[in-house]
Ligand binder design. Structure first.
Ligand SMILES: Cc1cc2nc3c(=O)[nH]c(=O)nc-3n(C[C@H](O)[C@H](O)[C@H](O)COP(=O)(O)OP(=O)(O)OC[C@H]3O[C@@H](n4cnc5c(N)ncnc54)[C@H](O)[C@@H]3O)c2cc1C
Length: 305
């Protein structure tokens, strides 16, 4: 029986585990497919306080993990495949085992939607990226292709245009879904161009992105365009499929919460799963810490009854 099982080992889960373990709560982290979470894909994190020279994503991930282990958190390198919060102790299914916990912290983060084209996975973090706030400065005076046509794609293109020399928005439809105010800014930004009715069919490059193959959906014509980066802005989905039927979710799959609290006592959420706006390492650590503090209060309250 664990006091706390943390699902997810990104910045939120690792911070939560550090804080619950430090409070002497027996803590297990079910790490899922990627220890470090999204930052494990990030070459350089330049905006985590204290690391003023920047730190690589994998090194920051390792430091977070070692920090949680220092206080006694234990890791299980597998994904949770099911949960049962219908009664206590709460149950988490991993491999062929059922683990019991008095409290659970959900920090499974997000997955960006993929194009599903050749080169995408291989060049992720090597020119293929998903966050302009995080990576725009790496594209100073470089060319970038932005794939997508919603508000966030246009906003990301505008952010990139402050750095890049040339930003091409590739959208499969004949017009974007973005709001008029953003479109006006993008149209008036000389560095931004639009390629409508066009899809990316391949991302090219050996060690880094060097180009994309585009296909015109109207003419069927295919051509290669040189670029230094490809920003995927086609949406994100929360990793919450295992929660369906157990935790109340919105239509997209985000848990419905009051701060970090779900509707189930003793089950808390942190990180990108409760953040539709900021989604940064530091904000994820913040809500991971808040979820841990709530779990500790909950456990202390239960045990003192
Ligand atoms: C390429 C890239 C670059 C970025 N660069 C920066 C940056 O420079 N600065 C910055 O502040 N932010 C950056 N971000 C954003 C930042 O990484 C995220 O906001 C942050 O990682 C979110 O943390 P999280 O812990 O909520 O979730 P995630 O990081 O998404 O971690 C989710 C965790 O859950 C685990 N998991 C998933 N499914 C299961 C399951 N079924 N069972 C158990 N575990 C599971 C995964 O293995 C992972 O460990 C970047 C994001 C990306 C994608």
């Amino acid at each position: 029986m664990y006091d706390v099982i943390v699902l997810g080992a990104g910045p939120a889960g690792l911070t939560a585990a550090l804080d619950t373990a430090r409070a002497r709560m027996k803590t297990l982290v079910v790490a899922g497919p990627m220890i470090g979470g999204q930052i494990a894909f990030t070459y350089q994190v330049d905006n985590y306080p204290g690391f003023y020279e920047g730190i690589t994503g994998p090194e920051l991930s390792e430091r977070f993990k070692v920090h949680a282990e220092r206080f006694g958190a234990v890791f299980h390198d597998a994904s949770a495949i099911g949960v049962d919060f219908s009664g206590t102790p709460y149950k988490v299914m991993v491999d062929d085992r059922v683990l019991d916990a008095r409290s659970v912290i959900l920090a499974m983060g997000m997955n960006h939607k993929k194009l599903g084209v050749p080169g995408e996975d291989r060049l992720m973090g090597r020119g293929v990226f998903v966050c302009s706030t995080c990576d725009a400065a790496l594209y100073e005076d470089r060319k970038v292709v932005v794939v997508g046509g919603g508000d966030s794609a246009i906003q990301e293109a505008l952010d990139l245009a402050r750095f890049a020399s040339d930003v091409t928005i590739v959208h499969r439809k004949g017009e974007t879904r973005a709001c008029k105010c953003l479109m006006e800014k993008a149209i008036n930004e000389p560095k931004i161009r639009f390629q409508y009715n066009t899809v990316v069919t391949e991302i090219l490059g050996d060690k880094r992105v060097s180009g994309v193959r585009l296909s015109d959906l109207k003419t069927g014509e295919s051509r290669v365009v040189e670029t230094d980066g490809v920003l995927l802005a086609i949406g994100w989905e929360p990793n919450t499929s295992i929660l369906r039927g157990h935790v109340e979710l919105d239509e997209v799959g985000f848990p419905l919460t009051d701060g970090v609290k779900t509707g189930i006592k003793g089950v808390f959420v942190g990180g990108d799963l409760i953040d539709k706006t900021y989604r940064q390492v530091v904000t994820s650590c913040g809500s991971g810490c808040a979820a841990a503090l709530e779990a500790i209060h909950w456990l202390e309250g239960v045990s003192s009854r």
